[in-house]
Design a protein around this ligand. Sequence first.
Ligand code: ADP
Ligand code: MG
Length: 285
Amino acid sequence: MSYNEVTTGASQREPGKSDVQPLVLRNVSKAYRSSRNRKPLVKAVESVSFTVEPGRCVGLVGASGSGKSTIAKMVTGTERPDSGEILLGDLEIGKLRSRGLTTLYKRVQMVFQDPYGALNPVHTIEYTLGRPSMNHLGCSAAEAKRRTMELLMRVGLTPPHQFLAKLPHQLSGGQRQRVVIARALAAEPELLVADEPVSMLDVSLRAGILRLLADLQREHGLSMLYITHDLLSARIITDELLVLNQGKIVERGETAKVLQHPQDPYTVKLIDALPALGVGEEEAG
Ligand code: ADP
Ligand code: MG
């Protein structure tokens, strides 16, 4: 995969975006139990602690099954931790119930891996993108439509009016993922959680979607938790890296530093698997 055109990830907070709060995880654990016996079967996430500072893009990198999506689900309120704290500013995400969850959905939005499954097949793009503006921001139908056009342009779906009446199946995979990103932005969240957002897309589309995510994150001054098994993509858009192995964070730090001087053997293994980042190569395409 080529990421040549992708802009680098150093993000800056936009003036006036001081309402973005840090995401803090403290000793968060989650085990999945089988339905038959009550014993913990899989320790999916074990005592994980990290912070996503406002306006930063933090990469959560690890192999399949390392617990990445479980962390994404807990941060977005669809799973609850067994123990530990998850805070967005003062909001205790790990303890939210229904009404609190509505508040959370305005502040934290998710971009899913599968752009096919993420959109309701019977809803037009206008409906899908207009709803969050009405529900979360209290826009009128006319305002919501104007915002929808703006969002479509922002994610590169132009001219926007050509997309309003379309259904998801009438769009390509890349266009759908752009709609998913636009929907995530519609509520003006503080934090975007992107769980393998390009891994199901055609290789030729990945760089464009990554660049879009990085640009939007910077422009909007929001924070991002970028989840991937692909160190190469993380290298391009993240400020910091967390390396997850079997539910535990084994390494963390500024992205460039971790990649140049990995401390944990597991990180070394991940880096060695990338030919472009092999010893002596600082800047590979
Ligand atoms: P990743 O996203 O890094 O691939 P996951 O967070 O999806 O990892 O999964 C971590 C571990 O937890 C895996 O061993 C997985 O099989 C297990 N797991 C995830 N969700 C469930 C579930 N709902 N029930 C039982 N086990 C689960
Ligand atoms: Mg996953």
